[in-house]
Write a protein that binds this ligand. Structure first.
Ligand SMILES: CCCCCCCCCC/C=C/CC(=O)SCCNC(=O)CCNC(=O)[C@H](O)C(C)(C)COP(=O)(O)OP(=O)(O)OC[C@H]1O[C@@H](n2cnc3c(N)ncnc32)[C@H](O)[C@@H]1OP(=O)(O)O
Length: 260
């Protein structure tokens, strides 16, 4: 696959490093999501792999979230396939038996934030220009219930409620204060710190850690599994509305204008 190059390396420690590399901004296209899910599945099935560190190969951007062009002016069949791929990615990552560490080395709005939130631990570069959050409301769209559930499980109900309603993108220091990321480190120390955290988590017996993780996450995962088709229908009826299409088009125009 061409668009989303994900480098994987499993060291002797049993840790894979996955680097997002889909210029310009690692947006989560159908192709990217499909490749990401396949990569996760392969690692999950590889007995030599016990943990994965997820980071970006691009400067300043971890991931710009879902590829907005996938949600604009496409067919019902396309929306169905795209949303199923978003669900699949989350089910695999949030439900992974591996230890998952996000080394957030750039901005991470919306779907990018979801990826980080779905990991077991988040370390972010301490650059106040980098921000993270579920900013869907700013685009005139609504974060689905499982984005919200994942967020609540990390930061708690009150912080999630305020942040989601305002569509806040939190600069790294604020994200740390809110508990949205676990640690801030200088950018050059990010991978070193991620490896150290990984070693600490892998020092425990896998079965005990995995059963505990399942116990903590199962209800939220089961909720999407039980309502998967309904969630796809909701997505389609939501993005098919002309008012939502207009908001998304305006947002894309705003991104382009910002440059000039
Ligand atoms: C009851 C209700 C039920 C509801 C059920 C349905 C709910 C639907 C929910 C759908 C959920 C969506 C979650 C998402 O992830 S939406 C995506 C949100 N992402 C963003 O808001 C990020 C937008 N991008 C940026 O802020 C910036 O690009 C950046 C990431 C900070 C990087 O800035 P930088 O200055 O470096 O780069 P540019 O802005 O110049 O961007 C370079 C080019 O990339 C294009 N771009 C950027 N982001 C995206 C994107 N997410 N998708 C597609 N394309 C993107 C940008 O336009 C530039 O393109 P150009 O070079 O052609 O101009």
């Amino acid at each position: 696959m061409a668009a989303a190059t994900l480098a994987r390396r499993i060291g002797r420690s049993g840790v894979a490093v996955m680097k997002f590399k889909s210029p310009p901004v690692n947006s989560l296209s159908l192709e990217f999501l499909t490749e990401f899910s396949i990569s996760l599945e392969k690692l999950e099935n590889n007995r030599a792999c016990r943990g994965v560190i997820i980071t970006s190969a691009l400067p300043k951007i971890f991931s710009s979230g879902l590829d907005i062009t996938e949600m604009c002016g496409k067919s019902i069949e396309h929306y169905t396939e795209f949303w199923r791929a978003v669900q699949e990615m989350w089910l695999r990552l949030y439900g992974s038996n591996m230890v998952t560490v996000a080394a957030v080395n750039g901005s991470s709005p919306a779907g990018g934030c979801l990826i980080a939130l779905s990991c077991d631990y988040r370390i972010m570069a301490e650059n106040p220009k980098f921000s993270i959050g579920l900013n869907e409301a700013q685009l005139g769209i609504v974060a689905p219930f499982w984005f919200k559930d994942t967020f609540v499980n990390v930061v708690g109900h009150r912080i999630a409620e305020r942040s989601l309603q305002l569509g806040s993108l939190h600069p790294a220091p604020e994200a740390h204060k809110l508990g949205l990321v676990d640690e801030l480190v200088p950018e050059e120390k990010l991978m070193e710190k991620a490896a150290a955290v990984m070693a600490q988590w892998l020092a425990l017996p896998d079965h005990a850690r995995q059963l505990t993780k399942t116990m903590m996450r199962k209800a939220v995962l089961d909720r999407l599994v039980a309502h998967r088709e309904e969630d796809i229908k909701n997505f389609i009826s939501f993005v098919s509305k002309e008012s939502i299409q207009k908001s998304l088009r305006m947002y894309m125009e705003m991104l382009k204008k910002k440059k000039s």
